[in-house]
Write a protein that binds this ligand. Structure first.
Ligand SMILES: Nc1nc2c(ncn2[C@@H]2O[C@H](COP(=O)(O)OP(=O)(O)OP(=O)(O)O)[C@@H](O)[C@H]2O)c(=O)[nH]1
Ligand SMILES: [Mg+2]
Ligand SMILES: [Zn+2]
Length: 299
């Protein structure tokens, strides 16, 4: 049996890389595999090289994980790409992704791309967001596929073994960054001036060999809901800044419970209101005391 990895899935068409040969093949799942499961980019497979262009997939190895958004298996780390401008920053999407990927146990990096576009007040806005995420404990990189700022830092991070993927909304420059990193030319598309959104240029998942591992480009998406992946009670565990506080009750949801230290920290301004508001929105709750916190009114 020969080992391979699915590096691309376009509709039913699978592309399998056989590292031993340094060559890609059209992957054809044999009947028993096809009947049992759907294959994803990132799947490690075993099978036989049938001819110079075809690989018969006889077995799919057990998966470490499957990301639904984007659909890739065996992911080790994820780079979540956002922009302050063009398109405007969607902090709620970023917060949902951070929760979902932490739940899956992935190593995460927050990237703000297109910093070359920012002026004056917009630079201040970036600085404020950067501080919020860094204080919470995330690694934040400012980048530009245009000026190549941050590209060396990303290269270093992504040359490690395993599968790293780029996630985030359409138009933030995922494909542009991957092109700058790997020097593989990928299709990119302009952001619409009217709607300020990307045009879903990348249609398929594709893994590109880089360093000891792979970098995955995938279509953008604008909605992910943490509650589709976990119970309401779990969400609080994936806000690292909440974990610095010990509430009276260990199952505290940080709403209106007696002895809630997270609430006190929000009131004192130690936990940014905007992150706490994301948490409430994620678990679909409301707390009346928020209206009394001066720092929360400004936002
Ligand atoms: N000024 C500037 N423009 C950028 C930068 N990165 C990407 N762009 C532009 O932003 C647009 C969108 O880039 P893409 O790389 O296609 O974005 P994407 O995230 O892959 O989008 P989807 O494939 O639709 O999900 C293109 O017109 C790029 O040229 C950057 O750092 N600075
Ligand atoms: Mg793209
Ligand atoms: Zn609490």
């Amino acid at each position: 049996m020969t080992e391979g990895i699915v590096v691309e899935r376009a509709g039913q068409k699978l592309t399998v890389l056989v590292p031993q040969e340094g060559k890609t093949y059209r992957g054809i799942p044999l009947g028993k595999v096809r009947k049992k499961e759907k294959l994803f980019a990132g799947d490690r497979v075993e099978g036989r090289i049938v001819d110079s262009s075809t690989f018969a997939i006889e077995k799919v190895k057990e998966r470490k994980n499957i990301l639904i958004r984007p659909p890739i298996a065996n992911v080790d780390r994820v780079v979540i790409v956002s922009t302050i401008k063009n398109p405007p920053f969607n902090n709620f999407l970023l917060d949902n992704l951070l929760v979902v990927y932490d739940h899956l146990g992935l190593e995460q990096t927050v990237v703000f791309n297109k910093v070359d576009l920012l002026e004056g007040e917009e630079k201040e806005e970036l600085k404020r967001w950067r501080e919020i995420y860094e204080k919470a404990g995330y690694r934040v990189i400012e980048a530009s596929a245009e000026t190549k700022e941050g590209i060396e830092e990303l290269k270093e991070l992504l040359s490690k073994e395993g599968i790293s993927i780029f996630a985030g909304p359409s138009g933030v420059g995922k494909s542009s960054l991957i092109s700058a990193i790997t020097e593989v030319e990928l299709r990119t598309g302009e952001v619409s001036r009217k709607t300020e959104r990307g045009r879903h240029t990348t249609r398929e998942v594709r893994l590109i060999p880089f360093g000891e591992g792979f970098i995955g480009d995938a279509p953008g998406f604008s909605r992910v809901e943490a509650l589709n992946f976990m119970d309401k009670e779990e969400v609080r565990l994936h806000f690292p800044e909440f974990l610095n506080y010990t509430c009276k009750f260990s199952d505290c949801l940080h709403l209106e419970e007696e002895g809630c230290e997270v609430r006190e920290a929000v009131k004192r301004g130690e936990i940014p209101c905007i992150r706490y508001k994301s948490y409430l929105k994620m678990i679909k709750e409301f707390v009346p005391w928020l209206a009394e916190v001066p720092a929360c009114k400004e936002e």
